[in-house]
Design a protein around this ligand. Sequence first.
Ligand SMILES: *[C@@H]1O[C@H](CO)[C@@H](O)[C@H](O)[C@H]1NC(C)=O
Ligand SMILES: *[C@@H]1O[C@H](CO)[C@@H](O)[C@H](O)[C@H]1NC(C)=O
Length: 569
Amino acid sequence: MAPHFALRACHVLLMVLSVTASEDFDWTKTDKGSFYYGTFPTGFSWGAGSSAYQTEGAWDRDGKGMSIWDAFAHKKGKIFFNDTGDSSCEGYYKAKDDIVLMKDLKLNHYRFSISWPRILPNGVKSLHINEKGIQYYDDLIDHLLENKITPIVTLYHWDLPQVLEDKYGGWQNISMVSYFNDFANLCFERFGNRVKYWITFNNPWAAAVEGYETGEHAPGLKLRGTGSYKAAHNMIKAHAKVWHTYDTQWRSKQKGLVGISLLADWGEPVDTTNQKDIEAAERYVQFSLGWFATPLFNGDYPQVMKDYIGRKSAQQGLGTSRLPMFTSQEKSYIRGTCDFLGIGHFTTRYVTQKNFPSNRGSSFFTDRDLAELVDPRWPDPGSEWLYSVPWGFRRLLNFVKTQYGNPMIYVTENGVSEKMMCTDLCDDWRMQYFREYINEMLKAIKDGVDVKGYTAWSLLDKFEWDEGFSERFGLYYVDFGSKDKPRYPKASVQYYKRIISSNGFPNQREVESWKRKASETCSSSNQLLAADPLTSHMEMVTEIVVPTVCTLCILLSAIFLMFLLRRRI
Ligand SMILES: *[C@@H]1O[C@H](CO)[C@@H](O)[C@H](O)[C@H]1NC(C)=O
Ligand SMILES: *[C@@H]1O[C@H](CO)[C@@H](O)[C@H](O)[C@H]1NC(C)=O
């Protein structure tokens, strides 16, 4: 009995030791517990976000050059309803108004992006710097700081200067690395005295896969099985170069941080007792988040990507893998180039193993050998792909902690859209989404994940890429049909504001009253919105009908005058 017991105790001890030594993510533990009342650590940063092409408009004003999104959206048949971001929210002209909205929300930070071609119309620093573009961002940053709102600035939110696409094939070409570095360096030089949080790339996964693989996004290339890997390879190198530029030239003076914002939807094994499902779910996450995070934290692509793409390439008779390789020099240059990790998270999928024969052509999606599933009971309030699965958020954040050594995290995007023609400002589903997702994030912090801030996506309704204006993510409703693009608060503005002012969820009684209180405000705003089409109609009357009435008056008086004169004769 005794030796057996000792052996057991020893075994347990060994297990405990190995768990603490290399903390592995536990795929079998599904904790979908109840609502957690509590608050966030002091200093937790609350924000909202946007991006240049989605909100600025003014696509050809004040010397701005064309981006790949301007060119793409101008082609018919690419965007839902042939919409474009030409004017969008007119954010370029309404920065001060929007800061009033942020101040009302009591935001700690605002995340926006700098349009590369607004500052460098030809993409290249040595050719021409557009000072008017610089001025716009200077003013925006100054106004934010005057209102005690910290700017978090993205350098690349998908709007590559079109000339670089035409001349070099965009991110296919290694020369983007130095052009992007020049642009970033200029931003550090001009704005870095005031901006302390830099994000190199926003969701490079989508920029690579949808831009160069499926062609649903600009530049619309369909280079299946190769395009996204090449583009991503150059983006990772560009990120590392920009981080090193900041580290060697600016960090000691400016004392800021340089990170990246990665898309990270969660993949849950369909059956957590099935090893094949667990492996498929992990592949799902490695082929999105891991594709970019693993090089930045560990120096190379995830082993599973190298294995799968390499094996399929060999089966296809290719001499080398379709996934490019980093040299050992590049690996050590790229490793450790992430001061904080930005996480963009919206939804979750169930994942199971599914083999795709390699002789039927190649693609990023079939390289993964998996199938994605959804539970029909999951709420699906808005965009087709966006199911509300709050517990997936906590799982993801814990995965990030164990995989990358507990990095500093900023949630850079999280939110939900609504169905296309919906003009209801009483957005119950968005309040519910924020409540539950933010609560899961709070649980993750209790688990020991180092989340420093949260960015609601997004401040305003805006141009949603290939979906045009048909999907609305905003806390504020934007009336795109009106010339002035007025903003109206949805109920979720009040709700988010209460989460911010309480720094979390203080107690059940209070939290339960929030939704009711927020809904009280939105019915009156709804009437405002309902009245709006009338106002825009009245504008039309003033512009077109009133001149006509004037013309008529003049004509009538002329006839009357002639009549009088004739009577005299
Ligand atoms: C978009 O443009 C294409 C080509 O001109 C046209 O066929 C299509 O009907 C347009 N769609 C809408 C919704 O206007
Ligand atoms: C990169 O651009 C240069 C200059 O246009 C061109 O010669 C080269 O072939 C391009 N490389 C790739 C991989 O497209």
